[in-house]
Design a protein around this ligand. Structure first.
Ligand SMILES: [Zn+2]
Length: 698
């Protein structure tokens, strides 16, 4: 996943002529190495005044552009708006990245105070009639201006931004739209905060050693450490954080305890208490319908998708259904296999959702002589990270070197400088891999500074990769699960998209592309992670340093389609749920649970599988920017499977293919239509076959 600021329309960095004001580090450009945020100087009390001042400064700039006596031109209008709001970008980038990775009650309070102000500010710009008239005038003349393709794209996007955000509406409807935007800005924040609190609230405390039956040693050690941290020394604590919960589901022989932790996980936001998200999410969905109608769209999905490669809801549904049928069939087969295992063990219960991980591991062991814990010793976090870096070095000639002496916000954070082969600075990559209570769940990429060009010179980006991976335990270093390995490569792929960007305007640079295109650079990296040739370079036993034996590599290859019915089905069910929520044509009060059940019933989801995200904790679509966009991952998988074929054909590290990928996909950002860019790289449009083959569904 990648996080992007959706608050600002288009706009950033310009030379600041404002002097320093007091001690607030946001009031001037950061005076730090590489211009990174001075985390050591930033205090919580700096944010609110910085936002107020930044909005004020930006307003002054916007008024000057809108009221200019000069005839509108690309430079004095579109480019001027793009370059405005430098201070606002500075404070927003830091604040929102920190609110995801290193938040606190106070920070969440500030976020709720600031959200409506930012919403209003964005609307003030996009509903500024005079400014819109100027942009429209430039846009009407676009063919006669001799613009470069990138400038032309900026102009088109700017014009569209105004129209899509209500510039053409009358005053009354604009007021209505403002109201909706303001409410949404606060509700989506609240939705995410509740999930964070839910993630931290539950603990499964184990007091008897016998209840640890079946668990691997590192999971037990981690649970003992978690207990100690929580003042319960001598006991074991398991939490809803993935590195704690997943091994428990995979290996705990205590079925009733698996059920307990699993139910706590799937009932997050659905406990009818102060953290319940049901009312909030149905209100979010309703407000989105109202907004779509105001703007002339049938549904929220229609509104969102016209900006994506998929274009229409029908196209998305049609695509999902093609993959759904074979995936569901496969999943049913997997259930049957596990049920046989249960019976062979002499039990008479029916496989339940909380049994899936446990019996999947058993079937895998029986069929392939492979399980997660056999792999983990080979996936020391440091080696995996270095493995990902090495792939990028071989492909693009870039280097990674750890830097010290730059401010960091937490001791777990590490900073790497990325350079071209000739030593030229490319950007900085922060990595922040371990869970903590101040960090939201999942993994994502973000930017403290987006790439762009200022006065013809490349401004280097500052990118961050966040995760919630397994921590070191006792004297054992951080050892990752296979899922964590691919996630690390995935986020690193987003990181490269941000780092290798080479665009003029930040609103078109890096990951500022359609949601269903942005997962191409990330997902393609996962392919290298699992190639035997690459595995052998980074998968080394943490004790002996021995590379993973060929026999084990071969087992991974053989088991590659294992459990794909489950993985595809639980994911696709969430895609359908997302689409159903966002193709509502009428804003009416709904019972979210009834709605969800109906949605999943319609596609025939089996009871042994719970949708990957139930509505009350579906943060992608109710808290982040993936509404009507969760399908993007599998959509982009068609692209990444096809794109990786190019490397398979020419060689895993083929320099020429890599350079094309870098030039047309990674460096180009959103400067052109995604399919145009893709075809420049590949020579033709992608085919769906690669995806079905890869998942073993063909
Ligand atoms: Zn992603």
């Amino acid at each position: 996943m990648r996080r992007r600021l959706l608050l600002m329309v288009f706009g950033v960095m310009a030379l600041s002529f404002y002097g320093a004001q007091g001690e607030n580090p946001f009031f001037q450009e950061f005076d730090t190495p590489y211009g990174v945020p001075p985390f050591d100087k930033i205090k919580l009390e700096h944010y609110a005044p910085a936002f107020d001042e930044a909005i004020k400064r930006h307003d002054v700039e916007i008024v000057a552009i809108a009221e200019s006596p000069d005839a509108p031109t690309f430079e004095n209008t579109v480019e001027a708006v793009e370059r405005s709001g430098e201070m606002l970008t500075r404070v927003s980038n830091v604040f929102f990245a920190q609110n995801s990775a290193f938040t606190s009650d106070e920070m969440q309070r500030i976020a709720k105070e600031v959200a409506p102000k930012l919403s209003k500010h964005g609307d003030d710009i996009l509903m500024n009639g005079k400014l819109f008239l100027r942009v429209k005038a430039v846009h009407q003349n676009k063919d006669g201006l001799g613009l470069t393709p990138e400038r032309r794209k900026l102009l088109d996007e700017a014009y569209k931004s105004f129209v899509r955000n209500g510039a053409n509406l009358d005053k009354e409807k604009q007021a209505e739209l403002r109201g909706i935007n303001e409410q949404l800005s606060v509700m989506t924040l609240k939705f995410g905060e509740n999930i964070l609190k839910e993630n931290n609230r539950f603990e499964l405390v184990i007091e008897n050693k016998e209840d640890l039956a079946g668990l691997p040693e590192n999971a037990v050690t981690a649970a003992a450490e978690a207990a100690k941290e929580r003042g319960q020394e001598g006991k074991w604590v398991f939490t809803l954080h993935k590195p704690s919960m997943i091994p428990f589901l995979q290996y705990s022989g205590r079925r009733e305890l698996r059920e307990k932790i699993f139910k706590a996980y799937i009932n997050r936001g659905d406990n009818n208490d102060e953290l319940d998200n049901k009312k909030t999410l149905s209100e979010i969905a309703m407000l989105r319908v109202e907004r779509a109608h105001l703007l002339g769209y049938k549904t929220h999905a229609d509104y969102v998708l016209e900006e994506n490669m998929a274009k229409t809801p029908d196209k998305v549904y049609e695509f999902l259904e093609r993959v759904w049928k074979p995936a569901l069939e496969r999943a049913k087969g997997e259930v049957a296999e596990m049920q046989r295992m249960i019976e062979a063990e002499g039990h008479d219960f029916k496989l339940a959702a909380w049994d899936w991980w446990y019996y999947a591991e058993k079937v895998k062991k029986a069929k392939y002589d492979l399980n997660e814990e056999m792999l983990r010793p080979y996936f020391e976090l440091e080696n995996v990270r270095q493995g990902a870096f090495d792939v990028a070095s071989k492909l693009y000639g870039i280097t990674f070197e750890e830097v010290s002496g730059v401010p960091k916000y937490h001791e777990d954070v590490r900073v790497f400088e990325v350079k071209e082969a000739d030593g030229e600075h490319v950007g900085l990559l922060y990595v922040d891999y371990f869970p903590r209570e101040s960090k939201r769940g999942g993994a994502w990429m973000g930017a403290y500074k987006d790439q762009m060009k200022k006065d013809g010179k490349r401004v280097a980006p500052v990118i961050v990769n966040c995760g919630n991976f397994s921590k070191p335990t006792g004297d054992v270093p951080a050892l990752l699960s296979w899922d964590e390995v691919t996630t690390l490569f995935h986020e690193f792929g987003h990181g490269l998209h941000g780092l290798l960007s080479n665009c003029t305007y930040s609103s078109l640079s890096g990951t500022s592309v359609a949601t269903d295109f942005v997962e191409l650079p990330s997902q393609i990296m996962e392919n290298w992670a699992s190639e035997p040739e690459v595995l052998k370079t980074y998968a080394k036993h943490y004790r002996t340093g021995e590379p993973m034996p060929d026999a084990l590599v071969e087992k991974i290859r053989k088991a590659r389609h294992f459990n794909q019915g489950f993985a595809t089905t639980e994911y696709l069910a969430a895609c359908f749920l997302d689409m159903d929520w966002h193709t509502l044509a009428e804003p009416r009060a709904l019972d979210p649970i009834e709605f969800e059940n109906a949605s999943l019933g319609k596609i025939g989801l089996i009871p042994e599988i719970v949708v990957r995200y139930r509505s009350p904790y579906f943060n992608h679509i109710f808290g982040n920017g993936y509404s009507a966009g969760y399908y993007s991952y599998i959509w982009a998988e068609v692209l990444d499977a096809d794109a990786f074929e190019a490397f398979k054909e020419k060689g895993l590290y083929d320099r020429e293919t890599a350079m094309r990928f870098r030039e047309y996909i990674l460096a180009a950002g959103g400067t052109d239509d995604p399919m145009t860019l893709y075809k420049k790289f590949r020579g033709s449009e992608p085919k769906i076959d690669g995806l079905l083959e890869r998942r073993g569904l063909k």
